[in-house]
Design a protein around this ligand. Structure first.
Ligand code: GRF
Length: 205
């Protein structure tokens, strides 16, 4: 049977990609596979991790903007995902905001993982924000992507405690362990058609 095909976009080391890919590789009953990895960073670990697993991996030169892709690159990104017959786009540490054309091409089919319990602490270094605010629990969130930053409808969350002696590094590491459990579970649930999106995601169209 055809598996649900996932494209992963990332800019960093790729530990969430590894969790997604290795969960699927370890269990034949998991109904998704990683079809393609794209990165805006040529030397990103996520590309190496994908190639080491025999998964197609491509660098897309992002163009002159710092926080988004230039329109031709964004179009090339959509074309590569379509050519790979991707059903779902999973952002995993992708450091650019996707614009309307991309989101329209994959409407309700783009998800992201964020290292806090949204809507608390959107944006960069969410674990540092959590420490600075003195919260006693934080965690990770998987959500559908809309044109905002970490604002789309929430699909799943896992909480972790913040310990008195936590540093940014120890807290981020604890959150990442939770991410590696949550992301494969959510992608599996999407692949099995167990998640539907209601309302809020399409209001910006
Ligand atoms: C994760 O902490 C994720 O929540 C955030 O970026 C980080 C990516 O880490 N969006 P990795 O590249 O998957 O290791």
């Amino acid at each position: 049977m055809r598996k649900y095909r996932v494209g992963v976009l990332g800019s960093g080391k790729g530990s969430n990609f590894v969790a997604l890919a290795d969960a699927a590789a370890a269990d034949p009953t998991i109904p998704y596979e990683i079809a393609l990895v794209l990165s805006d960073v040529a030397e990103a670990g996520i590309l190496t991790q994908a190639r080491n697993r025999g998964i197609a991996a491509q660098y897309l030169s992002p163009g002159p903007f710092r926080t988004r892709l230039d329109p031709p690159t964004e179009a090339a990104c959509v074309a590569a995902l379509q050519q790979a017959e991707v059903d779902l786009v999973a952002l995993a540490g992708f450091m650019r905001v996707l614009k309307d054309d991309f989101l329209r091409a994959y409407l309700t089919k783009v998800i992201n993982i964020h290292p806090s319990l949204l809507p608390s602490f959107p944006g960069l270094e969410a674990w540092k924000q959590a420490l600075e605010h003195g919260v006693k629990f934080t965690g990770c969130t998987v959500h559908f992507v809309d044109p905002g930053v970490d604002t789309g409808p929430i699909i799943g969350q896992l909480a972790v405690p913040v310990l008195d002696d936590d540093t940014p590094e120890t807290l981020h590491a604890r959150i990442q362990v939770a991410e590696h459990e949550l992301y494969p579970a959510v992608v599996r649930a999407l692949a099995e058609g167990r998640i539907t999106v209601r309302g809020r995601l399409t209001t910006w169209l």
